[in-house]
Design a protein around this ligand. Structure first.
Ligand SMILES: Nc1nc2c(ncn2[C@@H]2O[C@H](COP(=O)(O)OP(=O)(O)OP(=O)(O)O)[C@@H](O)[C@H]2O)c(=O)[nH]1
Ligand SMILES: [Mg+2]
Length: 461
């Protein structure tokens, strides 16, 4: 068998920087580094030691560097590893890589360092995926979710439950060996308790997915309303910058405009849309169709009503038409600056009386930036305090699918037990559940799955 090659790659981003790091990992890592480094003594160096010296290639000095030695298994990958901190010039990085490759290293593929960490048992699969999420995290909430997953999160608990399930599965399979005899090694009562527990955990985790996904990618928040209602003005007020064009001509915004707003570390993906009306020319009509689509995909809808131009009845009529359950609706009663206090209060009262719909009404003035902080507050409240299972939130679609299918398989098993199905019938679904749970932690993984996961990484991680 071919020995596992020693791999190298830049670990820092491309481009000029103060410092760049080139990573090496594999059995020959330290020997290869010694061939290009001024101090050969690193071959005997202890792990976690740092050495100052020069990197040479073809007799020329490339750079003065700090070289850190990691001894197996105490490295990120679990292998012998070296990190070379050089000056952050892409040219120097390139030259160092060339020198290493000429001396026997190979260029690493995407995520290959983390893949090795996984294969050497340093991380389970869900933790390895958390590394990718951590690197990609763009906001505080996404960062928090990835970090808790990296620390083991729910995968530790799932592997424990899976171990218990394996125990039962083997007892049930043992019963099969006794075919004719009517033996029951696996207590059906204990089994039911375990299955119910796993179904519950999987169910709660799966439910947290839409929240986790929103935290990771930003909460899709649509700003909708009639033309000229002040949607673009509101977008600008929320962002505190003149992002969208505002004019008193109805139909100014024809395509959707997307911008991110951070509130308390949570990213809201604000989507300004074309105004909704029935008599629109063709291009605008396309925009309106897109608006309805965007509303469909949104988690939060801010419906902007023009209190200057629309009556309460008109506003209600549109809401009745576009309202759908399962999302948060905030009705921003805009242009209140143009109304006197009494008519404003009357309108608000009339509004609030109406609706079995779950709506929040908020008087604002986008133009004068009044009520904007209250609106931000309402937006923040649409995302509950991190819920999920014991504070764990699933943000990974692969995990979500595996959780759902584990839950379904175990529900099948429980139904099968009600119907007094035989052990061999039960065993099939138990194995399916084991498989799904194993896919999350990586106890069961196919090459395809691994390639798929690690190809999402950058090279050098
Ligand atoms: N008095 C007053 N005028 C406002 C307010 N908000 C917006 N406007 C005015 O309303 C007009 C339309 O504003 P836009 O923000 O372009 O409206 P829109 O909903 O994006 O319109 P379309 O893109 O055409 O659908 C502009 O003249 C704004 O200055 C407000 O709170 N008070
Ligand atoms: Mg607009």
């Amino acid at each position: 068998m071919k020995p596992t090659p020693t791999i190298c790659a830049p670990a820092t981003a491309a481009g000029v920087s103060a410092i760049a790091i080139v990573r090496l990992s594999g059995l020959e890592a330290i020997a290869i580094a010694a061939k290009v480094f001024s101090k050969k003594s690193i071959c005997e160096a202890k792990g976690h030691s740092v050495h100052f010296g020069e990197i040479f290639h073809n007799g020329n000095v490339i750079d003065e560097v700090l070289l850190t030695i990691f001894r197996a298994p105490h490295s990120y990958t679990g292998e012998e590893a070296v990190e070379i901190s050089c000056h952050g010039s892409p040219f120097i990085v390139q030259k160092i890589l060339e020198a290493l490759i000429e001396n026997g290293a190979e260029m690493a593929g995407p995520g290959e360092f983390t893949q090795r960490a996984f294969l050497n048992g340093k991380l389970d699969l869900s933790q390895a995926e958390a590394v990718a999420d951590l690197i990609a995290s763009e906001n505080e909430a996404g960062h928090k979710v990835a970090l808790s997953q990296l620390k083991g999160g729910y995968s530790n608990e799932l592997s424990q439950l899976r171990e218990q399930l394996i125990h039962f599965a083997s007892l049930i399979e043992l019963e099969l060996d006794f075919g004719e005899e009517d033996v029951e090694f696996a207590s059906r009562r204990d089994f039911r308790i375990l299955a119910e527990k796993i179904i519950d955990v999987c169910g709660q985790l799966a439910e947290s997915f839409s929240l986790g996904n929103a935290l990771k990618n930003g909460v899709p928040t649509v700003i909708a309303g009639k033309p000229n209602a002040g949607k673009s003005t509101l977008l600008n007020a929320l962002l505190n910058e003149e992002r969208a064009i505002v004019s008193n001509i109805a139909g100014t915004t024809r395509d959707t405009i997307e911008e991110t707003l951070h509130i308390d570390g949570i990213a809201f993906k604000l989507i300004d849309t074309a105004g909704i009306r029935s008599h629109a020319e063709h291009i605008e009509a396309l925009g309106i169709e897109r608006t309805l689509q965007k509303i469909d995909q949104a988690a939060v809808v801010i419906y902007v009503a023009d209190m200057q131009a629309e009556t309460v009845q008109e506003i209600q009529a549109v809401l009745c038409e576009i309202y759908t359950q399962g999302k948060h609706w905030i009705v921003a009663l805009n242009k209140t600056d143009a109304l006197d206090m009494t008519s404003m209060q009357m309108a608000l009262k009339e509004m609030e009386n109406f609706s079995e719909m779950q709506l929040i009404f908020l008087p604002i003035s986008s133009l004068h930036k009044q009520g904007i902080d209250l609106l931000k507050n309402e937006l923040r409240k649409t995302i509950p305090q991190i819920g999920g299972y014991n504070g764990q939130v699933v943000s990974n679609v692969r995990h979500y699918q595996a959780l759902v299918s584990a839950k379904e398989s175990l529900q099948e098993v429980l139904q099968g037990m009600e119907l007094h199905l035989t052990g061999d019938m039960l065993a099939v679904d138990i194995r399916k559940a084991l498989h799904s749970l194993g896919e999350i932690t990586g106890s069961i993984s196919t090459d395809d799955l691994l390639t798929n996961i690690f190809s999402r990484f950058c090279i050098g991680k």
